[in-house]
Design a protein around this ligand. Sequence first.
Ligand code: UTP
Length: 292
Amino acid sequence: MKKITKAIIPAAGLGTRMLPISHAVPKEMLPIVDLPAVYYLVEEAAKSGITDILIITNRDKDAMESFFDLSIEYEKALSAKGKIKEVERLHEIANMANVYFLRQKETKGLGHAVGRARSFVGDEPFVVLYGDDVIFSETPVCRQMMDVYEKYGKSVVGVKPVTPEQLTKYSSLKVENVDGEKNVTFCTDMIEKPKPGEEFSNLSILGRVLLTPDVFDIIDALEPGAGGEYQLTDAMKKMARNGGVYALEFEGDRYDLGSKFGLLKANVIKGLTHPETKDELREFIKELAKTL
Ligand code: UTP
C-alpha cells in the first residue's frame, strides 16, 4: 500500500458568506486569535505525517503565501528588539511542511479545484482538507482518516451527523455497517445538497476526504452539478457506486470558518485556552452573560 505524504487544501472559493471582509482579505487568513485558519489546516496535515501540501488559491489570496514565507527584514527588526522566541515561532511555521501554491484560475467548484492538483499528486492517495473547515481534535482528523485508509486501502470520507437543515446545504450518504467498527461505515451512494425527501441518511461529508488517484479521471469527466459547479461530491458518488468508499465519523469539533458564526465560535474556543487571553476572556464572558 502506498504511503500517504501529500495533501491538498482547496482555498480558491469566493467566500461570499464572509462578505464584505472577504472582498479584500482571504477568508483563510481571518484570525482565530493570532493564527489564520489556514495555519490550523497545515498544522493538522503536518502532525499527521503529511510532508507536501498544495494550496489551491486565486489571484486575490497571496497573503497565504506570505504567511508561510520568511521575511528577513521583519526578522532583523524583531531580533533587534530581542524578540527571539517570536522569530523562532515564524521559522517553525515556515518549516511545518513543504507548502506549494497553485492558482485555480477559474472558480468552477471544489471538484474542479481538486482536479488542478493532478500533476502534484501523481499516482498516490492523498488527503483533501477543505479550506473552510478547521477541526480541533485530540488526534488530527487527517491522521484518523489515514488510519482507516491503511486498514482498508480505499478512499475515505470524513462524516458527521447533521441537522435536516444542514443536510440540504452539504451532502447525504447511504451507508452500511462494517463488522467490528463503531465509527466506520461503508458508503455506496451519496447526494450533494439533497432537497427534502432526497436524503439517504443524516450523515454529511464535512471538511476532510482521503482519495485514491483514480478520482482524477472521474473529475475530468464531470458535468457541472449543483449550483452549476463541478462538484467533488459527484466524483466521490461515482467512486461510492463503483466499489464503495469508507466513511469515518471522525472525532473532533469542526468550525465552518466560511461562516460568520463559525469564525466567532472558533475564536471564543481558542481564546479560552490561549495563554495571553484565556483569563480575561473568561471573566469577560461571565460578565457579559449576566447582561444577556
Ligand atoms: P465553499 O462553497 O464552502 O466555499 O467551498 P466558497 O465558495 O468560498 O463559499 P461561499 O459559499 O462563497 O461563501 C468549499 C471549499 O472549496 C473551495 C473553497 O475555498 C472552500 O474551501 N473552493 C470552492 C475552491 O477552491 N474552488 C472553487 O471553485 C470553489
